[in-house]
Ligand binder design. Structure first.
Ligand code: AMP
Length: 352
């Protein structure tokens, strides 16, 4: 069923992704309603309605669902059980959420789709970690199964005697141990899958991280990634099909000498797709909305020869006036208040 303009889109989570979804929704004549536990989530500022409640609060989630025509999410660390109350209104569905929020299930799922991941082991004790060191060799990285993002909940083990220390560093909780991938570059596939199963992939961005946080994304990817694009898009499409995913799905890859290796998936719009607001005929935000609303998917192709997105992290945002004065630079500020270290405060996109 197609939801017409005027309908209300519920968004679980009120961060910058929700904010940019809301702006895209307004352009198409839809209203957004944000559910978030914080007092002033930055998405609420640009949305028609805001409910402040915990995602665990079943009554609030139910009432929220009743006020919305469709409900989507802008981050994956949501409790699954209360969201069952949303029934078929939730797009993407719970399967996409459950797989993406646990690094162990995620890796099993990706492998079951025939896509390669780095050699890994599930670990739940320090002895498991030591076994993983023996089986996988060094270096390896420990990543908590849940609630890790932007390099948080991760610790590297470079020599055998660092195993205990790394286990402590991630808080002695269930994790995956992953072999280090030697890669030439990192990139992502961002694709949308519509209600009718149609898929459309954006041109691939090359992603540069510093301290585990995305710094820049550049489209097109160039060599050697361009030769892997077809294989990577096919893998991402297989994952989307198996999840019966509705909406945008992001799959992050390492470009290794042996080909593309999946790092992780996000069942949502992604920081590496922000360039598409100015750089693509249809942005990732509009594309996601088109998919969950049952509209035809838009054209994700590049409008220029090149697009570069630079994140403004922490104190970077203090230079906002320089960016505002830079000809050809499109400045986005998220209205998040305090510019804490490592916090994503905005981004700048440049075309051509
Ligand atoms: P993640 O939170 O899993 O995306 O990890 C953040 C960043 O750490 C990645 O974008 C990579 O730059 C780096 N990284 C994570 N896992 C590995 C790995 N197995 N081998 C090499 N680098 C990694």
């Amino acid at each position: 069923m197609i939801l017409p303009p005027g309908s209300t889109i519920g968004i679980l989570g009120g961060g910058q992704l929700g904010r940019m979804l809301s702006v895209a929704a307004a352009q198409l004549g839809y209203k957004c309603h944000i559910l978030d536990p914080h007092e002033h989530p930055c998405a609420a500022e640009v949305s028609a309605a805001f409910t402040r409640a915990s995602f665990e609060d079943e009554e609030s989630v139910k009432a929220f669902g009743e006020q919305c025509d469709v409900v989507t999410y802008e981050f994956e660390n949501l409790p699954v059980e209360p969201l069952r109350l949303l029934g078929g209104k939730l797009r993407p569905g719970l399967q996409s959420l459950s797989v993406a929020q646990d690094r162990g299930y995620e890796k099993e799922f990706i492998e079951s789709c025939g896509a390669p991941v780095a050699p890994w082991r599930a670990v739940s004790t320090v002895d498991d970690v030591k076994l993983a060191v023996r089986d996988l060799g060094l270096p390896i990285v420990l990543k908590t199964r849940r609630y890790g993002y932007d390099g948080k909940g991760q610790a590297w083990i470079r020599s055998e005697d660092e195993a205990e220390q790394a286990w402590d560093a991630i808080g002695r909780q269930p994790a995956v141990a992953e072999a280090k991938v030697s890669f030439d570059a990192e990139f992502s596939v961002i694709l949308a899958r519509g209600l009718d199963g149609e898929t459309a992939a954006f041109p691939l961005p090359r992603n540069h991280h510093e301290d585990g946080i995305l710094r820049t994304s550049t489209v097109p990817v160039g060599s050697p990634i361009d030769s892997m694009a077809e294989e990577a898009i096919a893998a991402a499409r297989a994952i989307a099909e198996r999840l019966a995913h509705i909406g945008v799905l992001t799959v992050e890859f390492f470009a290794s000498p042996d080909g593309p290796i999946v790092n992780e998936i996000a069942p949502r719009v992604h920081n590496s797709g922000h360039w598409s607001i100015e750089g693509a005929h249809t942005s990732q935000f509009e594309q996601h909305l088109r998919a969950v609303l049952g509209l035809p998917l838009g054209d994700p192709s590049l409008v220029s020869t090149r697009a570069t997105m630079e994140n403004l992290i922490g104190a970077d945002v203090d230079r906002w006036l320089d960016y505002a004065g830079e000809r050809g630079a499109s400045l986005h500020l998220y209205g998040k208040g305090e510019a804490r270290a490592g916090r994503k405060m905005g981004h700048v996109t440049r075309l051509g």
